[in-house]
Design a protein. Structure first.
Ligand SMILES: [Zn+2]
Length: 138
């Protein structure tokens, strides 16, 4: 049997839409699916001087992502860090920007924010009335 490629997993989990590729996955004791991934084509430009930095290492950023098959998902993104060697630049180390995945300091992906908002908009006035009527009958 052929081994699954990350292309298949990226398509099924739709991580390809986030610009990352899956490198591993596990189901935790907490009933969460942990997906480990790397940033595809990270931006190497220093945010201060705009020159390309040299790869240094990666740091993990954990984000809640949209559920997969009804189970909560934690996305462990390996975010590349770079060293800026520009002599007159005040920044020495910087992270690749992942604004396309999550806002700065956010704990959920941007698509999870959209998913939550979409679920909230599915609560109609009729649902609220039904809920209120149930409460009145008690
Ligand atoms: Zn720089």
């Amino acid at each position: 049997m052929a081994e699954l490629t990350s292309d298949v997993a990226d398509t099924i989990c739709r991580t390809v839409e986030l610009g990352v590729t899956i490198t591993g996955a596990a189901v935790g004791a907490d009933d969460r699916t942990h997906i480990f991934c790397e940033v595809l084509d990270p931006d190497r430009r220093c945010p201060d001087c705009n020159m390309a930095g040299q790869p240094r290492d990666r740091v993990a950023r954990v984000l809640t992502d949209t559920p997969a098959v009804g189970h909560p998902v934690l996305l462990h993104v390996a975010v590349p860090r770079f060293v800026c060697h520009t002599s007159d630049c005040s920044r020495s180390v910087f992270r690749a920007r992942i604004d396309h995945i999550a806002r700065a300091r956010a704990v959920v992906t941007t698509r999870t924010e959209r998913w939550i908002l979409q679920r909230l908009t599915f609560i109609t006035d009729s649902d609220i009335l039904d809920f209120a009527c149930c409460d009145l009958r008690v």
